[in-house]
Design a protein around this ligand. Structure first.
Ligand code: PLP
Length: 465
């Protein structure tokens, strides 16, 4: 399939993302095909530590264009993962690729000296981010941005302890691991000192409910109040949490949670850091996911889709905390290099010019409607969720008990992948993050594939739909 890399002024990302449905998915060798297997065997003799995503379906990819991935056997897939929540504008978006190439041939690295492209990126961020989020530093991965964000929290508050939430994920360096829902054997064995975890409201699996059975957000905040008094040494800098839990399974907060948490932090003079590495830059139809609830965090991390595939991340802080960057010696080897800034600026301009925030929101509504039908029709679909192009389907043994159905998660993932849907497993929660340039028909085609895979899995596991 040919896709032209036409980045002329009339070019629209929605044309770039559009897929010819007769050509995609297109399976010529049942995947993982022979060439995929051969590459995988050769590579994994040396390359170790693979994600579950790869272990469960070891294909080898050779090309990506817009919303389509091609493997080394010539199979074409609809992309429902954007790499891993990264290529939000589709693979190899011409405007982003051109911007990177320009700086790859003119200036690759100038440490943290000022460059025109970094200046323009900072000005753009200050213009589009909410409130007084106008102090920036750039990094090369989500986890390094999170580490810097934590250092800012401590420098700005003069305090040390941090509170994070069950089932959050923040990265794999030591501070980030200590914030996350870690299994110590997997990541580090010992959580860093001064790191605390509390539950956060999950409307599908609430810990505390009101008389009418709905989730009681206030009960969580009352618990935080007591926790701060009894379980910390009274040296808490602030909270750090994801707006929507990505790795945890696209778990959405109740609408009143973040406004109440913002107020809670303000009243207790605590800082609020939102880790938006996964959920920002159009993924949920806003620049920052926290904008859905009208709050402005004190510190926010931005990553993944920020450079649409080029490794570039950011920490943004509110006006009063800008000087904290001075205190933490914020610079790094790759942070803010010209290629990275060009990728981030080009991605930002594309989202703006092609009105992609609105398009992502629209896709989320279309997906939710379709997934609700799946929930009504399938005995194992317990809950469905979407905000923009961040989506999840929770598989359960029984809708009344809501007990997770792990086995089904693996089977549905593999069956849909074999039919041409490249996506992300997560135990019993199916996670989807299609590029926000996708068209509605391709999105629905991808969801049809998932629907069929759920039906087959139900039959195999003895659930009647
Ligand atoms: C919310 C969140 N924070 C931080 C990270 C770490 O990002 P990276 O893998 O780029 O280090 C991730 C990665 O998935 C994430 O989802």
């Amino acid at each position: 399939m040919t896709v032209t890399a036409d980045a002329s002024p009339s070019f629209s990302s929605l044309d770039w993302g559009r897929v010819d449905l007769d050509q995609v998915p297109h399976i010529v060798a049942p995947p993982p095909g022979p060439r995929s297997r051969e590459y995988h065997d050769r590579c994994t003799r040396y390359f170790k530590g693979l994600s579950g995503q790869v272990k469960l379906f070891p294909v080898a990819f050779s090309e990506g264009a817009g919303c389509v991935l091609t493997d080394v056997d010539g199979n074409r897939y609809i992309d429902f993962s954007s790499g891993i929540y990264v290529t939000t504008l589709g693979h190899c978006h011409p405007k982003v690729s051109e911007a990177i190439a320009r700086y790859a041939s003119t200036l690759m690295n100038a440490h943290d000296f000022t460059t025109p492209i970094k200046t323009r990126l900072c000005e753009k961020l200050a213009e589009i981010l909410p409130g007084d989020l106008n102090g920036f530093q750039f990094y090369d991965s989500g986890t390094t941005a999170v580490e810097a964000g934590l250092r800012v929290l401590r420098a700005a508050s003069g305090r040390n302890e941090i509170v994070s939430c069950y089932y959050d994920f923040h990265g794999k360096t030591y501070g980030a691991v200590s914030l996350g829902h870690i299994r110590s054997q997997v990541y580090g064995r010992v959580r860093a000192a001064g790191m605390h975890m509390v539950p956060r409201p999950d409307a599908y699996r609430p810990l505390w409910t009101k008389d009418d059975g709905t989730i009681d957000t206030d009960a969580y905040l009352r618990f935080y109040d007591e926790y701060l008094d009894r379980a910390t040494v009274g040296d808490v800098a602030g909270f750090c949490l994801e707006p929507i839990q990505g790795w945890g399974g696209t778990i959405m907060p109740p609408e009143d949670f973040f406004p109440k948490l913002r107020q809670f932090c303000d009243e207790r003079k605590l800082l609020l850091m939102m880790d938006e590495v996964l959920a920002s830059w159009g993924r949920t139809g806003k620049w920052l996911c926290s904008e859905h609830w009208g709050i402005v965090p004190d510190v926010v991390t931005i990553g993944k889709g920020f450079g649409n595939g080029f490794p570039v991340t950011a920490v943004a802080v509110r006006e009063p905390h800008k000087e904290s960057f001075e205190k933490i010696s914020a610079s790094s080897s790759y942070g803010g290099n010209p290629m990275a800034c060009a990728a981030a600026l080009a991605s930002t301009e594309v989202i703006e010019q092609d009105n992609l925030l609105a398009h992502a929101l629209h896709l989320g509504e279309v997906a939710l409607k379709r997934m609700r039908r799946m929930r009504d029709e399938h005995p194992i679909v317990g809950d469905v969720r979407a905000k923009g192009c961040l989506m999840g389907i929770e598989l359960v043994q029984d809708k009344a008990t809501r007990r997770p159905l792990e086995e089904a998660g693996r089977l549905v993932y593999q069956k849909a992948f074999a039919r041409g849907l490249a996506w992300i497993p997560a135990g019993h929660i199916l996670r989807m993050s299609p590029p926000i340039v996708m068209d509605e028909r391709t999105l629905l085609k991808g969801l049809d594939i998932i629907d069929e895979a759920i039906g087959q899995t139900e039959k195999e596991l003895g659930y009647a739909s």
